[in-house]
Design a protein around this ligand. Structure first.
Ligand SMILES: Cc1cc2nc3c(=O)[nH]c(=O)nc-3n(C[C@H](O)[C@H](O)[C@H](O)COP(=O)(O)O)c2cc1C
Length: 332
């Protein structure tokens, strides 16, 4: 193996990174590769201004893509070095990534990369995750706690979360910009972005998951009727502040958390509506009993096995998210 990954390896890794989840499947990332350095940019035109007013979730989404890229390249035998925010005059330039050959590829590296294609957001009710304490212990060893703090909310938090969720919806009832954005991005897909209707819950299904975001109701017949009420574990990732660097790092940790959950056979659903409204964000903060700032919640649980897998949500094609200089494209 040479000292630089080929263009083909980069293409495959960026394609897998593109499977990262993002707010309403907005996919707000762009990559360039010049043969030696891979650069990651946020795309502010893909920021959802009425939902994600400060662009926090755009940066978290890009951080997840960066985490997925790291996982994809580890399985291909490459470690990455990340220089963050390398151009102080260009805030959307999030990272310059360089490479070194890995000493070895472990089964774990391969399995985590394989989990990228299996992971998807599941908005239906979950059964309680079995084997949680052992899993949590291992999960905490897979990321640097200085990048983000992980809190697990007990079952006794559920009523407060349901109240906070209700409050968020009420506070937004007259927010036409928020609702217009939600209708534009969800319930159908446009140009390989957005959340397809099959991925959304019907009104009846939504009532069994009291902490979910309120999307336009899907018309699906009632699914997963054997789970009368959601029994998921609820995770919160928090950071000390809301700086761009902290948000991208939080996204990288979220990538790891989602992939590790997928590997363990758990279903996941990121939740951020509670964080978008200051009042409910403060309620979540109180539940974590910490002064750090909650960034994202994740429902984790078991989806009954009998079900057919939902079709994968779409992604923009590689040609739209990766730009290669001619010399880099030639290194196949
Ligand atoms: C920062 C962020 C915020 C999200 N917020 C929510 C949310 O509040 N509710 C929800 O059901 N899904 C949420 N999602 C999941 C996305 O809608 C989902 O990742 C996207 O539609 C792509 O689908 P997939 O995850 O199945 O690949 C969020 C994802 C990210 C990365």
């Amino acid at each position: 193996m040479g000292h630089l990954p080929t263009g083909e390896i980069i293409e495959k890794a960026v394609l897998l990174a593109g499977r990262a989840p993002s707010l309403h499947n907005s996919q707000p990332w762009h990559w360039t590769f010049d043969g030696a350095t891979l650069r990651l940019f946020a795309v502010p035109e893909r920021m959802l201004a009425a939902t994600d007013t400060s662009g926090r979730q755009m940066l978290i989404s890009c951080g997840i893509a960066l985490g997925h890229l790291r996982a994809a390249l580890a399985a291909a035998g490459w470690r990455i070095r990340v220089a963050r925010f390398p151009d102080p005059n260009r805030r959307e330039h999030l990272a310059d990534i360089t490479f070194e050959p890995a000493r070895m590829v472990t089964d774990g590296d391969r399995e985590r990369a394989d989990a990228i294609l299996r992971r998807h957001t599941d908005r239906l009710p979950f059964l309680a995750p079995t084997g949680w304490p052992d899993f949590e212990y291992v999960l905490r060893s897979t990321f640097d706690p200085s990048d983000a703090s992980l809190y697990i909310l007990g079952d006794d938090s559920r009523p407060t979360l349901a109240r906070a969720s209700e409050m968020t919806a009420s506070l937004r009832r007259y927010d036409a910009d928020y609702h217009a954005e939600l209708r534009w991005w969800t319930g159908h897909t446009i140009a390989d972005t957005g959340v397809p209707e099959q991925a959304l819950p019907s009104q009846e299904e939504r009532q069994r998951v009291t902490v979910g975001r309120r999307f336009p109701d899907a018309t699906a017949a009632s699914r997963r009727s054997e789970v009368a009420a959601d029994q998921s574990m609820i995770l919160v990732l928090s950071t000390d502040g809301d700086t761009p660097d902290e948000l991208v790092r939080c996204g990288e940790v979220l990538s790891t958390v989602l992939l590790e959950c997928t590997l363990a056979g758990y279903a996941t659903c990121p939740l951020t509506h509670l964080i978008e409204v200051p009042h409910s964000r403060a309620m979540v903060g109180e539940l974590t009993a910490s002064s750090s700032r909650p960034q994202v919640l994740v429902r984790v649980g078991i989806a009954p096995e009998s079900e057919e897998n939902a079709p994968a949500t779409p992604r923009r094609p590689l040609g739209e998210i990766l730009e290669m200089t001619e010399s880099a494209a030639g290194t196949q």
